[in-house]
Design a binder for this molecule. Structure first.
Ligand SMILES: NC(=O)C1=CN([C@@H]2O[C@H](COP(=O)(O)OP(=O)(O)OC[C@H]3O[C@@H](n4cnc5c(N)ncnc54)[C@H](O)[C@@H]3O)[C@@H](O)[C@H]2O)[C@H](O)CC1
Ligand code: K
Length: 499
């Protein structure tokens, strides 16, 4: 498994300082290294547009220093670069001052009347935002606020250095804060927590990490609770294996009008390496299941009663998933309750309607029945129901997610772009795969099928959740590559699973 740690602002500062000390270099040399890394990225991306104007906006701290160094380096490469230094305070940081001294042709901006030139910036030109970086510690005001507001309405491509100016890297901004809205953020060394959260979408754009060679040992030894998951691969399948090696899943899914959910989950499960799958569905759906998913076995229960599970040999199964399409009628509640009572010590996945049922007054009383390390896969609305209230911002949502996983000793996959996967030990992993095409009916049912299959094969709950979410996203990315995000349907995710 490969991850990038997400450090806090103070840890990032300490990493910076440690690298400087350890390598015996001056901080301005680290600034140069970061700027060279940015320019190398920029050359690959924009080499073809060398004749276009680039407008670099610099503040007075080290982010501004980066901007000045980048402007100098881009000019050396032959780009047409205009440099603006916004004099919002009296003093520059030491390294900003040094880079200020190394560059000519700077436009100084002190008042709002200096901003008339902004309207001459054309839509096909590039703006580099080096006004404020990781050092931002208060709401932006005055001339900085005005210039950010005016840059935000320009159509030019905006690229933020390290982080958008005005955005806090590890805490919530005020709703009224003015923050630069970049098309891209090129961040140094490690991703920042702010970049993981939906509320910051407009202030992040597409983000990318560039390596500036900060000290790896320090990163390794730094304790964090947030990670960005960049890769996780399945284990190799053994030559002398048979279907018994890979476990037997029980999938409890489907109801009248929602059998598709059961079928999608079942197919995804079978495409994810499970040895055997049994689907438990209402009696009317027997033929539907048998015809749609011939690889699965089918058990049924009378649609109208909740006396469902008494005949099931629960010990035959290594993993159980419940939820997709089961509906929220009282019978479904009884089905969920009896499943949980039987499933002690089992590897369990809870999704969709099962989450909606748990998210009722009566349902929340069942939370203590969840076997340790149960995997719950809510989207934000379902999670809100589970905890019984909403949150004021995404940072609070993350704290609630962590607290819930710790309290009930479960794993919670909060679905969405960069899904957050919370572990019982308090760690949260953000997924790097997936795309907006996957925001479509049935996508979650597919994820449930994948995860329950991995559990049956003996992956730990943590591995199954991480591997399942990652590969689900990867399949979605292949699918989007084949036919575009808008055309993507949940079945395409199943078709594009590659293990
Ligand atoms: N990560 C690294 O190892 C490296 C980072 N570099 C760059 O350095 C910045 C962080 O620099 P810093 O000087 O700490 O902060 P800023 O430039 O973001 O802030 C400047 C200055 O402004 C003050 N300030 C904070 N908030 C406001 C505000 N709302 N309005 C006005 N002024 C504000 C604050 O007190 C600061 O003193 C990082 O992002 C990277 O771009 C290195 O160059 C390379 C190594
Ligand atoms: K910036």
């Amino acid at each position: 498994m490969k991850t990038l740690k997400i450090l806090s602002a103070s840890q990032t500062k300490a990493l910076d300082a440690f690298t400087i000390e350890q390598e015996g270099i001056a901080s301005v040399d680290l600034m140069e290294r970061a700027s060279v890394a940015f320019v190398n990225w920029f050359m690959q991306e924009y080499f073809a547009v060398q004749q276009l104007s680039i407008h670099v906006f610099c503040g007075l701290g080290n982010n501004g220093g980066d901007g000045l160094a980048i402007a100098r380096l881009l000019r050396q490469k032959g780009f047409k670069v205009h440099v603006f230094v916004v004099e919002y305070a009296k003093q520059k940081s030491v390294d900003c001052e040094i880079n200020f001294g190394k560059i000519q042709e700077i436009t100084s901006i002190q008042t709002e009347s200096d901003l008339a030139f902004l309207k001459n910036i054309k839509p096909n030109e590039i703006i580099i935002d080096a006004l404020l970086g990781a050092g931002v510690n208060r709401s932006v005001t005055g001339i900085l606020k005005t210039i950010i507001e005016q840059i935000n309405v320009l159509k030019a491509t905006k690229i933020s250095i390290d982080i958008a100016s005005g955005l806090y890297m590890d805490s919530a901004n005020l709703p009224e804060d003015v923050i630069l809205k970049p098309d891209k953020t090129i961040t140094f060394q490690l991703p920042k927590l702010a970049m993981m959260l939906p509320q910051n979408q407009a202030f992040v754009g597409d983000w990318q990490v560039i390596d500036i060679g900060l000290n790896q040992q320090f990163i390794q030894e730094t304790k964090v609770e947030n990670y960005y998951l960049t890769e996780i691969l399945p284990e190799v399948r053994q030559n002398f294996s048979h279907k018994g090696t890979y476990g037997h899943s029980l999938l409890i899914a489907g109801s009248r009008g929602m059998m598709g959910a059961a079928i999608l989950s079942a197919k995804a499960c079978l495409r994810s390496g499970v040895g055997k799958l049994t689907c438990l569905v209402p009696d009317f759906a027997y033929d539907i299941l048998q015809i749609s998913v011939p690889e699965a076995m089918t058990l049924t229960y009378p649609e109208s009663t909740h006396e469902v599970l008494s005949e099931i040999e629960i010990d035959n199964f290594q993993s159980i998933a419940i939820g997709p399409g089961i509906g929220t009628k009282p019978e479904a509640f009884e089905l969920l309750k009896s499943t949980l009572l039987m499933a002690k010590n089992k590897a369990v996945v809870i999704d969709a309607d099962a989450l909606n049922l748990l998210g009722t007054e009566k349902g929340r009383a069942l939370l203590t029945l969840l076997p340790k390390n149960t995997i719950l896969t809510p989207h934000p609305k379902e999670f809100q129901k589970l905890i019984g209230h909403t949150w004021k911002d995404d940072f609070e949502k993350l704290n609630l997610l962590r607290a819930f996983a710790e309290k009930y000793e479960v794993i919670v996959v909060l679905k969405g772009y960069q899904s957050a996967i919370a572990m019982p030990d308090g760690d949260i992993f953000f997924n790097s795969t997936g795309n907006a095409g996957m925001a479509t009916a049935g996508s979650g049912d597919v994820l449930t099928g994948i995860i329950v299959a991995l559990l049956a094969q003996g992956y730990s709950a943590k591995e199954a959740a991480l591997l399942g979410v990652y590969q689900h996203g990867k399949a979605g990315d292949f699918a989007a590559g084949n036919r575009g995000k808008m055309a993507l349907i949940a079945s395409d995710i199943i078709e594009n699973l590659r293990w």
